[in-house]
Write a protein that binds this ligand. Sequence first.
Ligand code: PBG
Length: 315
Amino acid sequence: MRRASKIRDLVKGTSLTVNDLIYPVFIKEGISKPEPIDSMPGQYRLPMEDSLKEVEVLTSLKVPSVILFGIPKKKDATGSEAYRRDGVIQSAVKEVKSVFGDKIAVITDVCLCQYTDHGHCGLVKDGEIVNDETLRLLTLIAVSHAEAGADIVAPSAMMDGQVQAIREGLDSAGYSNVAIMAYSAKHASCFYGPFRDAAYSRPVFGDRQSYQMDYSNSDEALREVELDIDEGADIVMVKPALAYLDLIYRVKTTFRMPTAAYNVSGEYSMIKAAGRMGWLDEKSAALEVLTAIKRAGADMILTYFAKEAAEWLSS
Ligand code: PBG
């Protein structure tokens, strides 16, 4: 059955397609030209106008969805730029939706870490992250994104109860059609390093281990996912993806929910780096990894390879 490629095609168990891909885009306030991100070759911080050009490229490649990350000019203790009605993401979503409408599904990341001066995903009191007071701010962010036109909001702060708070906030503001993609099993991972360079979101003190999951645990990932489903998540996520294929498999087979996997910045950059060194064939490595993530059970993959993969898959 492996003798010839057409026979292999007949028995292929997993086919990666462009419809599986979600492309992350960084939008930075107050710049006029794209800024290359050194630790993520091929990725840029974009000014608002260029983010529209980027979405144009994505729609022409038939990539169905984009997730937007904002980088504000000012940061403060409560991350107030994150829930300003004309903040960087709110403005970008409005523009993208008015130009492209339903030609692209717009997802927004709902978190505080890019917007707080201390770089944590929640409010800080006496050196501790305060869960419950953070929920109100996460809800404000999500509602402001919905008001701007986001199709799906994606809470990534790993605060307990965030999905329920956001669902209630969206419903009472009249956005019951806005879906929630929950970063449910999000682990404290060194693989987010390049993203934190890109978004200047490294915590100023401590780390994220008091709210993001311990990567040694897998039953806990199932409990986190179950809670998020009970709280109203429409899509659940495992993050990172490559070193977490067992969790993608367990989450998919246990809950049968739409399941997303985040092929994070460090997973992207290590393939790029090896490709540049001539140690790996970048295209083959990326397609093998993305196919494996899908084979493990992911219905959709957030990946910085989305544009390249769309081209590779169409040729
Ligand atoms: C915000 C957020 C992070 C990522 C996605 N949303 C950073 C973090 O938790 O430190 C990481 C994505 C990546 O590494 O590609 N909380």
